[in-house]
Structures are given as C-alpha cells and as structure tokens.
Design a protein around this ligand. Structure first.
Ligand code: SF4
Length: 349
C-alpha cells in the first residue's frame, strides 16, 4: 500500500498485490545471460545509461506508438483502513512498529467510501483505488471490502484495491464483486528487498500476484525508488516487472517520501536525495520496457515539482494519483494539477 500526509509527514507505502496467469509465474530475475528473459538486466541497465536526450526520445516514441500522446489518467487513492499494520516496511508510516503519528483506524464504511468516490469522480477521476494497511486479508475483513468494491463499481469507476497478501479464493471473490485491478507492489529489486522488508519475502509477493492474475484481475504492480538502492537495483526492479508474462497493466512508480519515525528516514538522514533526473530515467525505462502499461506517477509527486513532472510525462508517464492525499502522505492539490495540465496541454483521461 502507500501512505498519507499531514497527520505527520509523509511516506510511500506499497503493500499491493498482483498476479499472473496460472502456470506462468513472474520471472524472479532478469539476470545477465538469461536468454529467456525478454529484458535481460544488462539491456535494462543499458537503457538507464543512454544519453538523456536519446532515452527521452526513445521513451516518447514508444509512448506515442501505444498511447494517446497527451492524455493522462486520473486515479484517486483512498485509505479505507489506515495504520496499525504488523509489517515492517522501512518506508511506511502505517507500520505499527514505528512512531509516526499515524493512528490505527477502523475500516471505513460504505457511506464514507462512496462519498469519497463520488467526490473523486466529480473532480474528474476515472479510477478509484482503495488501500488497507493489512499484512493479508482476513476472511472476516474481506466481506465488507467486497461491499465497498461493488458500491464503487456501481458508480461507473474503474476499481482497484490494495489489501496486502491474498489467500486462495480471495482474488476470485474480489473479481466477482466488481474489482478491476489489484495492486501489490514489488517495492524494489530482489537483492535489495531484505534491506527494506523482513516480515514477508519476495516470493510471498509473487504468489499473491499469481493469484490475482489467475483470478482474471488486471495487475497493478510497481515499486519505490530513492530508498538507497543502486541504479543496478532500480534496473532490477524494472526487470522484475517487465519480465512478468504478461507484464502489469498498471505500473505505479513511487519516489520515496521520507516520513519521520520510519527507519528509512533515519537511515537516509544526511544522504544525498535521489537525483530527480534519475527518477525521470526510471520512468522512461519503465515506459520502454512495458510499452502498453499505464505508468503512474505515485507517491512523491508533489516533491518533484512541475518541471520534473513535465519531464516524467515526456518520459511516458500517463497516469497520476489525483487528489489532495495519498494513503498517508500529501499529493499536489487538484487545482495545482489542473493548472499544470493546462500549462502542458495535457487532457485528463
Ligand atoms: S507496513 Fe503495512 S501498510 Fe505499510 S507498506 Fe508495509 S504492508 Fe503496506
């Protein structure tokens, strides 16, 4: 899942889930010499190392081949169950292990969620994502979530949930209730993952993704950059995503938002922030390697500023989280986004 702002600072969570059709499981690595990988790690690293203008040119050409040039999808994310999560994701203010000022709140009811969905739709959003800070979904919690999904679907919005890990049969119930996408992020490359999360492993994530795909849901799966990973590890994350068969339909790319009280805020204190152009490169490489995916600017967008966001759109980003708040962190407000779209000649989709 992701986060929420102003309570305390901000963050970047990413529980999420995802999937792939039955037997074909997501490939674990796009390693050098892996002839079966469509995108060997070396090829992805080579993209990262292109001269910036060459990389942007290639990303923009790929983007225009597969998507309307100036259309950007508006998604709104609502935290339907905030805080109190038992997991230890080092970036996340919703973990019960860290003192971040995020309270453990109960699941929102249908009235609250449909009111938020209605406001999002009225503001122009076409996709509504519901996030719960759970390690996995208990059956007793799934039932009320199914009601939320059905209610939001009935409003004509594309639906997405991120609820943590799924057990057998749960993805099918979500699908039957009207869910379109399930989000479950990989967070980072396998060889950096243990530095960020220790309470569940990479294979747990891949297993949930497989359940999602098997159920016929579309997959939303991405990660977070700026957590202290190397460029090779950023390439490793993109390789994990791009070599899924099929790759995710929706790829959220988060820029870490350091939230006071989380381990990453301490660990990265005094360290240089990720170069914004490296974030733009990551977007471009995601676009080139996953040409049909919706590549979404997610957490951290406010901190990027208008010029870097414009470069991200040029690099092929074609979806944003829209609204004043993500799960627990801030987001550019709606008016600021409208002004930016007008300035760039972008149309909401
Ligand atoms: S700590 Fe919990 S809510 Fe936060 S990203 Fe991890 S699984 Fe999601």
């Amino acid at each position: 899942m992701t986060d929420r702002t102003d309570l305390p600072p901000r963050s970047t969570a990413s529980c999420g889930a995802d999937a792939v059709i039955a037997p074909p499981r997501p490939r674990r690595e796009a390693a050098d010499g892996d002839a079966a990988a469509r995108w060997p790690l070396a090829a992805i690293e080579a993209l990262f190392e292109l001269p910036f203008a060459d990389l942007m040119y290639r990303a923009q050409a790929t983007h225009r081949e597969h998507h309307p040039a100036n259309a950007v999808q508006l998604s709104t994310l609502l935290s339907i169950k905030t805080g109190g999560c038992p997991e230890d994701c080092a970036y996340c203010p919703q973990s019960a292990r860290y003192t971040t000022g995020v309270a453990n709140e109960p699941l929102l009811d249908v009235a609250a969620v449909t009111a938020a969905a209605s406001a999002a739709r009225d503001a122009g959003a076409t996709r509504f994502c519901m996030g719960a800070a759970w390690r996995s979904v208990k059956d007793r919690d799934l039932e009320p979530v199914l009601e939320l999904v059905a209610a939001v679907k009935a409003m004509g919005l594309t639906t997405c949930c991120t609820l943590g890990m799924l057990k057998d049969g749960q993805a099918e119930k979500l699908k039957a209730a009207g869910l379109d996408f399930y989000n479950h992020n990989l967070d980072t490359a396998p060889d950096f993952y243990g530095d960020i999360v220790t309470t569940r492993d990479y294979d747990d994530r891949l297993a949930t993704l497989a359940r999602v795909r098997d159920a016929g849901l579309s997959v939303c799966c991405g990660g977070i950059v700026g957590m202290g990973e190397s460029r090779r590890q950023r390439a490793g994350l993109i390789g994990q995503l791009a070599n899924m068969d099929p790759y995710p339909e929706s790829v959220p790319i988060n820029h870490l938002v350091q939230v006071e009280g989380t381990p990453l805020a301490t660990r990265l204190d005094g360290e240089p922030a990720l170069d914004p152009l490296e974030f733009v490169r990551t977007i471009a490489v995601a676009r080139i390697t996953m040409p049909r995916a919706m590549v979404r600017l997610s957490a951290g967008r406010r901190e990027l500023g208008e010029a870097v966001q414009a470069l991200c759109f040029l690099a092929g980003a074609n979806s944003i989280f829209y609204g004043d708040r993500l799960l627990t962190t801030g987001n550019p407000d709606v008016e600021a986004d409208r002004a930016l779209f007008a300035k760039l000649g972008l149309a909401a989709a």
